[in-house]
Ligand binder design. Structure first.
Ligand SMILES: Cc1ncc(COP(=O)(O)O)c(C=O)c1O
Length: 367
């Protein structure tokens, strides 16, 4: 929006900066006449797997499909119930419901990620899986979850949609469980120019099964061994993503530096800043503050665009009111309280330090 002094995201400008680099590969891609599969997709998968220390990466049509196809590929026998959070984007839970897993939603901790103690309490004989969301790019407690899942015979899936390059003790997310499901939606840290997603895993059988499912269950051109989907990464998207992969580490460093500046500038104000963590990639910089909506309105007047991720927890969505999801213990007080207070401030690699200081001064004046 042109009247904004501080836009929330700047995907247009980010892509604009790469236009010169995009031009030749795009023209060559168009001229090749090859738009599905091929070397560009393979190159992307190889590089993405390496970046996350995974043996395999399988590119698919979206982050939602990454979750759905992973669940389907893992759960060919018994789907049962799956434990996850309600403060995530709808797709985490929607993928379970549409794949025949009944979601059981548990509460979160002060850092807005899944509460492992609540997970433990929610396990029943029906539980088959836990889906840990690395919300906003902050890694969830994957070591504790991995231990718990191993002890109870459950499958751990990581929803890494917001967490490209997030890490725990220097180890990138995605392979702490059976698979890591990433979104490459245009607004994500590594964004395609359209919908795209990718699954990483160390399990060759799981990778092979997802490869089958993403392309009609075809083992070869004419032999379908499963009923599958059409959920593939386009070759042109892969070309663009390969170019962006050259920058993702630098962009991630920039996000972390800017987040640190926010932390410093906001300290002492009556609000909560995000949990500090070296492995956080700050897909979003989310503060918690009383009277959030009034602050948001004042920032808007000052030309600062903010957002709320997410104002309505999943169990409060109309789609969930038909009894398709369970709420562990009947209530999610921390999730509900945080939904009233969370506010996502502008953060993207092109944001300037002066813009951050401007945002913080306007917040200071408004509180
Ligand atoms: C936590 C989470 N899970 C899943 C998804 C779904 O990804 P996509 O929009 O690529 O389908 C998203 C992104 O929108 C997300 O933020």
């Amino acid at each position: 929006m042109s009247d904004l002094r501080v836009p929330f995201a700047h995907v247009d400008a980010e892509n604009g900066r790469l236009l010169a680099a995009f031009a030749t590969p795009l023209a060559q891609g168009l001229a090749s006449g090859r738009f599905i599969g091929g070397d560009d997709v393979t190159e992307f998968e190889t590089r993405f797997a390496r970046l996350h220390g995974a043996a395999h990466a399988v590119a698919v049509g979206s982050g939602t499909d990454a979750l759905k196809l992973t669940i389907r590929a893992l759960g060919l026998d018994r789907r049962g119930t799956g434990i996850t959070v309600a403060n995530t984007f709808l797709a985490t839970v929607g993928a379970m419901v549409t794949e025949g897993v009944r979601p059981v939603l548990v509460d979160v901790r002060g850092d807005e990620n899944i509460d492992v103690t609540a997970v433990e309490k929610a396990i029943t004989p029906e539980t088959t899986m836990v889906v840990a969301v690395h919300l906003r790019g902050l890694p969830a407690a994957v070591h504790a979850l991995r231990e718990l899942c191993a002890a109870r015979g459950l499958t751990l899936i990581e929803d890494c949609a917001q967490a490209v390059l997030a890490a725990v003790g220097g180890v990138p997310v995605g392979t702490f469980g059976a698979a890591g499901c990433f979104s490459l939606h245009p607004l994500k840290n590594l964004g395609a120019c359209g919908d795209a997603g990718v699954v990483v895993t160390d399990d060759p059988d799981l990778a092979a099964e997802i490869r089958l499912l993403r392309s009609h269950g075809l083992r070869d051109r004419d032999t379908a061994v499963r009923w599958g989907e059409n959920s593939r990464l386009d070759a042109l998207q892969a070309r663009l993503l390969n170019l962006k992969l050259d920058h993702i580490e630098e962009w991630t460093r920039r996000r972390r530096d800017l987040a640190r500046l926010y932390d410093e500038e906001l300290s002492g104000l009556p609000l909560t800043t995000p949990a500090g963590d070296d492995g956080h990639v700050y897909h979003r910089y989310v503060i918690r503050v009383a009277n959030r909506d009034a602050l948001r309105a004042r920032l808007r007047t000052a030309g600062i665009e903010t957002a709320v991720h997410y104002p309505v927890p999943v169990h409060r969505q109309p789609a969930a009111l038909d009894g398709s999801v369970d709420v562990a213990g009947g209530a999610l007080p921390v999730t509900e309280q945080q939904a009233e207070e969370i506010l996502s401030l502008p953060l993207h690699p092109l944001l300037g330090e002066d813009q951050i200081r401007y945002v913080v001064r306007r917040i200071e004046e408004s509180l």
